[in-house]
Design a binder for this molecule. Structure first.
Ligand code: GLP
Length: 240
């Protein structure tokens, strides 16, 4: 693991955007694995600025997102589909037909998970996977569990994740309790992984990701087994 310690959220966002831009420049046909949450928002903002100054071109880029809330349709303003359009897709020249996000409104969960895994396979896998991290060490929506997950699957969100995500919803009751998420195996198959973390609330998870035992109780710890992981984290996230 290569760990870049940066001062704060702004520096993390700039560094992460530079790494993603390098990937796009080196391989304009890249398949990017994308993440949501507050952590990558600044990164996407920087990427949009780079696009506006003509430094990068998304026209051949393909994307697969990590996860989506089950039960939210594309036009719900809390869906990850909405988030991606708001923060990135609508600001750059990416072809929407080249972007992929699990369909939260799918009626048949198993079919949707299989469809999503097939998309990743047909794209030839992920070149660069961007990850945030939950306070409990989850990546995508792979929550602490007895075993590591494999492909895309339906997840029952833990109370700590529901509580953490409640800030995006009007009431706690509106926070979805289930999601579709790429599995740990799918994430580990990405050729390169970029994990971002900012703030004190991530310090314990980041400490255990880097130093802790590799256990499905701390899903991000599996990244220790990947041979090309870059962590960009700020001083608070690395404070332990
Ligand atoms: C959600 C997402 C994760 C994200 C995590 C942390 O659970 N499914 O992909 O990493 O939240 O979110 P934040 O960056 O807002 O702290």
């Amino acid at each position: 693991m290569k760990v870049y310690k940066v001062k704060n959220y702004e520096e993390m966002s700039k560094k992460a955007a530079n790494i993603i831009a390098s990937q796009i420049i080196l391989n304009p046909n890249s398949v990017l694995g994308l993440a949501t949450g507050s952590t990558p928002e600044g990164t996407y903002k920087n990427l949009v600025q780079m696009y506006n100054s003509a430094d990068i071109d998304f026209s051949q880029i393909k994307t697969v997102n990590l996860d989506e809330y089950k039960g939210l349709s594309k036009d719900s303003d809390q869906s990850y589909y909405y988030y991606m359009n708001k923060h990135l897709f609508s600001h750059v020249n990416i072809k929407i037909s080249n972007t992929n996000i699990p369909d939260g409104s799918a009626q048949n969960g198993q079919e949707e998970c299989e469809r999503y895994d097939n998309i990743i396979d047909e794209l030839g896998g992920i070149d660069l996977q961007i990850l945030g991290i939950g306070n409990n060490g989850h990546i995508g929506f792979n929550e602490p569990d007895e075993v590591f997950s494999k492909g895309t699957h339906e997840v029952k969100l833990t109370q700590s994740t529901i509580d953490a995500n409640a800030r995006f919803f009007k009431t706690k009751d509106e926070v979805p309790k289930f999601a579709y998420s790429m599995g740990a195996k799918s994430i580990m198959k990405a050729r390169k992984i970029l994990l971002l973390a900012s703030g004190k609330s991530k310090a314990d998870a980041i400490f255990k990701t880097i130093n802790g035992p590799i256990t499905p109780q701390m899903p991000a710890s599996i990244l220790q087994l990947h041979n090309d992981v870059i962590i960009v984290a700020d001083e608070e996230a690395l404070s332990l």
